[in-house]
Design a protein. Structure first.
Length: 162
């Protein structure tokens, strides 16, 4: 168990993207994230398990409602470009994260994603699950993929029953 006096906090997940402009637009319009950082980064060849020393990348970090956690980084190789898979994923499996988003309006997220031509796994639907403390949580949710195939489950709490 980690030392409770010094817990680790996951602040950000960085995603490799094909088209920075399209990705920034999607995260802004669909999820409402705002740009926190935008710059070129030259890789050292040490910290990231991709590319090589001297590769030029474009990093944009987007911020959600919390000023410390829940940030999404978008990283695009500028020079040389990183070859992309032929197809964008439309399912999840090993090595593919599932992002869970708390939303005040899951239907609006779905509608905006659809406007941008997003692959929709499931439209708005209601479901329930038992919470960690035994309460029954009722949600309105939708599931969508971003332009690069990263999967998002978007949940709006409708009510909680003790």
């Amino acid at each position: 168990m980690a030392d409770q006096a010094h817990p680790n906090i996951i602040k950000r997940t960085t995603l490799i993207v094909r088209d920075m402009a399209a990705s920034v637009r999607w995260y802004d319009y669909v999820l409402g994230l705002t740009k926190w950082y935008d710059d070129e980064v030259v890789l050292s060849g040490v910290g990231l398990a991709a590319g090589k020393a001297g590769d030029r990348t474009h990093l944009v970090i987007l911020q959600a409602a919390d000023p410390v956690i829940g940030m999404i980084g978008l990283l695009q190789w500028v020079n040389p470009p990183l070859p992309a898979p032929a197809e964008v994923p439309k399912s999840v499996g090993y090595g593919n994260p599932t992002f869970v988003v708390a939303s005040e309006d899951a239907r609006q997220v779905h509608d905006r994603a659809r406007e941008l031509g997003t692959h929709i796994h499931s439209g708005p639907h209601e479901w329930s699950i038992k919470g960690a403390k035994g309460e029954l949580k009722h949600f309105l949710s939708c599931s969508v993929f971003d332009p690069d195939g990263y999967f998002y489950e978007v949940n709006q709490v409708l009510r909680v029953e003790a």
